[in-house]
Design a protein around this ligand. Structure first.
Ligand code: SF4
Ligand code: SF4
Length: 156
């Protein structure tokens, strides 16, 4: 009885190995059908609509289009965005609300895109970066407006 089971197990193991090797052999001769990628040496070109994180757009003058209106914060369903505003003084001496800090909690973001759609000035957009692994969760809380940046002239 033991011998019969022993031989049966060997037979099944060899059979299983041959089935696997047949699949390996198939892909060896059909290389165009291989979908597994050698990440990170080979990086896949992502679809245009892939959403990896929210970013704020800055031009070459370190200017952005965020007015600090908080529409994105209000549109976000889970508190991922916190807009901190300040008051700038215009050349006419009037106080004007402006963005101080755009806080983005990447660890909470579901990439739903609602904030992007809510922004009246297209100040933010989805970027494709997906390599977000960190050892410290606090590094997932980001400040999206760059140091020293300011609102582009003419954006209201
Ligand atoms: S993509 Fe969605 S979850 Fe992420 S910050 Fe925007 S509204 Fe919030
Ligand atoms: S990113 Fe857009 S919606 Fe959000 S505060 Fe700035 S201007 Fe308003």
């Amino acid at each position: 009885m033991f011998l019969k089971k022993y031989i049966s197990d060997i037979f099944n193991a060899v059979k299983s190995l041959l089935i696997g090797m047949r699949r390996t052999g198939y892909y060896f001769t059909h290389r165009k059908e291989i979908i597994t990628q050698q990440y990170p040496d080979v990086k896949q070109i992502l679809p245009e609509r892939f959403r990896g994180e929210v970013i704020m757009l800055h031009d070459e003058n370190n200017e952005h289009a965020c007015t600090g209106c908080t529409a994105c914060e209000l549109a976000c369903p889970n508190g991922t965005i916190k807009i901190i505003t300040k008051f700038d003084v215009t050349p006419e001496g009037k106080k004007k609300k402006a963005l101080d800090t755009f806080i983005y909690h990447l660890e909470l973001c579901t990439m739903c895109n609602l904030c992007i759609e809510a922004c009246p000035t297209d100040a933010i957009k989805m970027a494709q970066n997906f390599e977000h692994s960190v050892y410290d969760r606090s590094q997932l809380t980001k400040k999206l407006n760059k140091p020293g940046s300011k609102i582009r002239e003419g954006v209201e």
